[in-house]
Design a binder for this molecule. Structure first.
Ligand code: ACO
Ligand code: LMR
Length: 274
């Protein structure tokens, strides 16, 4: 019979070959007829399944909440500086995106992993915090540069209230809030931050929506899905900052010299031997 040439590519999320574009087997006309929204489209293209309405609503909420946090955060700064250097939208956007990582906006997957493993191992919140401290590790999803117990992050409050009201169960969120009680007792700024809060709520969603097996839930965290939520959400803000600078015709930026301490400028002497 026919010998089929082995495919060099495998792809499983969308198909444009027929008369109608399909997202994970769902026709684009059905995407609109069912009013699944951007949360529904993400559930098809990222998770390859239709998720219950409370999940797609939560995905949309996560995107809206992370869309921007002002011009002073590292990513927006990068985007603005790049834009003011005369660069195009894509360059300005990726320059901002490249700051997303362990410290800024990219702590979600690690937070999901770290909190869920601690809870699954039966550690009390205090044991978890102590263990991380002994290992000399920062807890991903904890801490903020300006938000604190006395200056709370309203985004986190909105999320917590929403999830407690709308989710069938929220045991990871409850655990993370108990961890926050331990860390904030040590230092006011060691709150459960937006990354951490979104992460544990997504663990509750992945584990308890009935849409995923436990293995699938772990796999989605392992492959970096949750950081994708922040990347996608904050892209909205970065594009906004780029357009804002273009609209303002902002000139090339140069940092004020009096805001930079120049030190250690003396010649380093290296003793050449022999
Ligand atoms: N876990 C345990 N201890 C912490 C943590 C943490 N996550 N974060 C800070 N601390 C401790 C520090 O060890 C330090 O202790 P010390 O005073 O005994 O030396 C103290 O708190 C202050 O630490 P700083 O590094 O000065 O805190 P800063 O305010 O500069 O850092 C940051 C904020 C970067 C968010 C930090 O808390 C952190 O790295 N957190 C983990 C990563 C994370 O969740 N990032 C996402 C932030 S939210 C977002 O970007 C949308
Ligand atoms: C953000 O959403 O960008 C932040 O929480 C980080 C910050 O420092 O405001």
């Amino acid at each position: 019979g026919m010998v089929r040439k082995p495919a060099a590519f495998i792809s499983t999320i969308s198909d444009e070959r027929g008369s109608e574009l399909m997202y994970s087997g769902v026709k684009i006309s059905e995407v609109f007829k069912s009013e699944m929204g951007i949360g529904g489209v993400i559930s098809l293209l990222w998770f390859k399944r239709r998720l219950p309405a409370y999940c797609t609503k939560f995905i949309e909420m996560a995107l809206m909440l992370t869309a921007d946090h002002g011009p002073a955060v590292s990513g927006a700064m990068n985007t603005i500086i790049t834009s003011r250097a005369g660069k195009d939208l894509v360059s300005s956007l990726v320059s901002g995106l490249l700051t997303i990582g362990d410290r800024f906006g990219g702590a979600l997957d690690d937070a999901a992993k770290t909190f869920s493993q601690a809870k699954d191992r039966g550690l009390t919140p205090r044991e978890f915090v102590d263990e991380m401290r002994r290992a000399n590790k920062l807890i991903p999803g904890i801490g903020h540069k300006i938000k604190s117990v006395t200056n709370p992050d309203f985004r986190v409050q909105v999320l917590v209230e929403h999830v407690k009201r709308e989710f069938p169960s929220h045991s990871m969120l409850d655990y993370a809030l108990a961890v926050q009680s331990v860390t904030t007792a040590k230092k006011d700024s060691l709150i459960l931050n937006v990354d951490g809060c979104l992460a544990v709520c997504f663990v509750d969603l992945l584990r308890d929506s009935g849409a995923f097996t436990p293995e699938e839930a772990d796999e989605y965290i392992k492959i970096g899905t949750l950081n994708g939520i922040f990347v996608l959400g904050r892209s909205i803000g970065f594009i906004g900052h780029h357009l804002d600078q273009k609209r303002l015709k902002a000139p090339l930026y140069r940092h004020p010299a009096d805001d930079i301490f120049l030190g250690g400028l003396e010649e380093s002497r290296v003793l050449a031997k022999g």
